[in-house]
Write a protein that binds this ligand. Structure first.
Ligand code: ZN
Ligand code: ZN
Length: 318
C-alpha cells in the first residue's frame, strides 16, 4: 500500500481491467472455434497448414502475454529504496529525479503510473489488455507479442476467407459437411463470419500498432513521449491560432485584430506538469520534452537511460 492505494507490481495483481478479462475470454473463444469448426471443416492439407500455423502462433501469444503480464517493470531504484534491507537510506547513485508519490529517487526516464501506483522504468504505456505497464523490462516482450498476434490473426483471417469462398462456390458440399460434422450449417457460417470480421479488423489495428512502434523506434521515442509531444504540439497550435484571432479594443472604441501571417511563434514553453489532465499521464514527469522534433531525437536524458541501465542491480533484471 502507498498513500492508501494498492501497489500493482504486475498484471496478475488485482484489480483486473475489463479489457484484460475480455482478452482471456476472446482467446478461449478463438481456440474453441478453431478446434471445433475450422479443423473439421478444412480439407486435409489445409487442416495441417492451419493447425501448424494457428496453434504455434497461438501458443506463442499465450506464452509471451503471460511473461509480459507477469514481469515487474517497476523502476529498480525505487524497489531498492523501498526494500526494508536498505534501512530506508535513499539511493542517489545515478538518480537525477525524485518521485513525490513513491517518495524516492528514480531514473530520469521513469514515470509514475497512476493505475499501478509505482514508478516504471523507461515507461512506454500502461497496457489495459495485459493489465500491466510496458517499460524497460517488458518492452521487447510487448513487441514480440504484437508480432505473434498479427501472425495469429492473419492465419485466422486467411482460413476464414478460404472457408467462406468454399461456402459460396460449393454450397452443397459445404452444407453437407457442416450438417454431417457439426450439425448446423447456419451456426457454422455465422461463426466463420464473426471470426473473419474480428480477425480482419484486429489484424489491421495490430499492423498499425507495429508500424507505430517502428516509427517511434526510428525517432527514439516511447509511446508516452509521442502522446505528450502530440498533445503539446496541439496546444501550441491552439495558442498560435488564439494569438492570430486576438482582438484589442482601443481607447477610442475601435478594434485592432492581431493577425500577422507567416510569423511563427518560437519555442512554446512546456507546462510545468503537462500530464495533469489525463488519468494515464497524470503524474510528475522528470524531463521536459522539447517542441522541436530534431531536438527531441538528441535529447540528452534519453542517453542517460542507456548508461543507467548498465548500473541497475542485477537482481532486478528480467
Ligand atoms: Zn513514483
Ligand atoms: Zn501501470
Amino acid at each position: 500500500m502507498r498513500n492508501g492505494k494498492r501497489i500493482k507490481r504486475n498484471g496478475f495483481n488485482p484489480p483486473f481491467h475489463p479489457f484484460q478479462i475480455i482478452s482471456w475470454l476472446v482467446t478461449t473463444f478463438n481456440i474453441c472455434i478453431s478446434a471445433i469448426i475450422y479443423i473439421p471443416m478444412l480439407d486435409f492439407i489445409a487442416k495441417a497448414i492451419f493447425g501448424i500455423f494457428y496453434f504455434s502462433s497461438q501458443a506463442l501469444v499465450i506464452i509471451i502475454a503471460y511473461k509480459a503480464t507477469k514481469c515487474d517493470p517497476t523502476d529498480p531504484w525505487s524497489i531498492e529504496h523501498t526494500n526494508p534491507a536498505s534501512n530506508g537510506t535513499q539511493t542517489t547513485q545515478n538518480c537525477e529525479a525524485f518521485c513525490t508519490i513513491c517518495n524516492c529517487n528514480v531514473n530520469p526516464k521513469s514515470k509514475h503510473c497512476s493505475r499501478c501506483n509505482r514508478c516504471v522504468d523507461n515507461f512506454d504505456h500502461h497496457c489495459k489488455w495485459l493489465g500491466n505497464c510496458i517499460g524497460q523490462r517488458n518492452y521487447k516482450l510487448f513487441i514480440w507479442l504484437i508480432v505473434s498476434l498479427m501472425i495469429n490473426l492473419l492465419v485466422i483471417f486467411v482460413f476464414s476467407v478460404i472457408l467462406l469462398e468454399n461456402y459460396f462456390n460449393n454450397f452443397g458440399d459445404f452444407q453437407d459437411k457442416a450438417n454431417d460434422k457439426l450439425g448446423n450449417c447456419n451456426a457454422v457460417i455465422a461463426l466463420i463470419w464473426i471470426m473473419a470480421m474480428f480477425s480482419g479488423v484486429f489484424s489491421l489495428a495490430d499492423i498499425y500498432l507495429i508500424g507505430l512502434h517502428i516509427y517511434l523506434a526510428k525517432l527514439g521515442m516511447t509511446t508516452f513521449d509521442y502522446i505528450i509531444y502530440n498533445r503539446n504540439k496541439e496546444k501550441s497550435k491552439n495558442k498560435i491560432n488564439s494569438c492570430k484571432d486576438e482582438t484589442i479594443v482601443t481607447p477610442d472604441g475601435g478594434n485592432i485584430n492581431i493577425n500577422i501571417p507567416g510569423v511563427k511563434i518560437g519555442k512554446i514553453s512546456m507546462d510545468s506538469n503537462p500530464y495533469a489532465d489525463s488519468e494515464d499521464y497524470n503524474s510528475s514527469r522528470r524531463f521536459d520534452l522539447p517542441y522541436d522534433e530534431t531536438e527531441l531525437k538528441s535529447q540528452s536524458n534519453i542517453s542517460v537511460l542507456a548508461s543507467d541501465v548498465n548500473n541497475y542491480p542485477a537482481s532486478n533484471k528480467c
